[in-house]
Design a binder for this molecule. Sequence first.
Ligand SMILES: Nc1ncnc2c1ncn2[C@@H]1O[C@H](COP(=O)(O)OP(=O)(O)OP(=O)(O)O)[C@@H](O)[C@H]1O
Length: 240
Amino acid sequence: MLQISSLTKTFGKLKAVDNFSMEIEKGEVKALIGPNGAGKTTVVNLVTGVLEPDSGRIRVDNHCLLKLPPHKRTKMGISRTYQIPKPYPNLTVLENVLVSSYFGAGLKGEEAMANAVESLKFVGIYSMADKYAKELNSEQQKLLDFARALATRPKYIMIDEIGAGLGVGEQEEIASKIKELGKKGYGVLYIGHLMKMVKAVSDKVIVMNEGKKLFEGTYEEAVNNEEVIKIYLGEKYAKS
Ligand SMILES: Nc1ncnc2c1ncn2[C@@H]1O[C@H](COP(=O)(O)OP(=O)(O)OP(=O)(O)O)[C@@H](O)[C@H]1O
C-alpha cells in the first residue's frame, strides 16, 4: 500500500498541500481531481521526492520514503508521468524507454529490451519505436512518457493529466489501459480534469481543494456531492 499521512507543503505563505492523507492499495485505481492549483501535482512531487514536505509521512509497503532520493523511490516501486513530458529528444522512442528499463527497473540486455518493447506495445506506440522522440507530437510524447513510467516496473504509478489533447476514441483507449493496470495489480493514481476519463478509470475519487482533501468516495458519490459540485464540478454534473 502507498500511504500518505498528514502531508503538508508550503511555498512561502501558500499551503499548497495541507494535512493531506490518502492511500492506494495494489490493484486499485483512484482519481485525484480538483480545481487548478489545488495541490494535486505537488502531492505527486512529494511522493516521488522532487519536493520535501514540511511535515507528514509517505510509506510504501510499510517502508518510509521520506529520506530517500527520487531514484531510490523509483526502485521502491514509485513511478509517475508528467503533465509536460520531457523525453530525451535525440534518442529514439525505444531508446527513451530502454533508459527506464536499465536505470529504473535495473534490467540488463535482452530482459531490458523485452521490458521496453512490452511497455511500448501496452501503451500502443510500438510502431513509433524507431522515431526520434523530438518527432512525436505532444500527445504521442505523453504516451511515450506513460511507457517510460511503466518500464521502471512500478508497483504504484501516478498518471498526471494524460487524456488532455487526445481525441475521444484515444481517450477511451487510454482509459481502458489505465483500468487494465489496476486489474494487473498496480496501484494507480490518475490525476486529471476530464470527468469522462475519471468515470471510466476510477474505483474511488479524491477531491482536493486548496491543499486539503475535500472528499473521497465513488464517482457517483462525487458527482452528487454538493460541496464537490460547488467547488469543482459546477451544476452540469448535478443530477436533477
Ligand atoms: N515549486 C513551486 N514553487 C512555488 N509555488 C508552487 C510550486 N509548485 C506549485 N506551486 C503552487 O502550489 C499550488 C498547487 O500547485 P499544483 O501544481 O500542485 O496544483 P494542481 O492541483 O496540480 O493544479 P493543476 O490542475 O493546474 O495542475 C499552486 O498555487 C501553485 O502555483
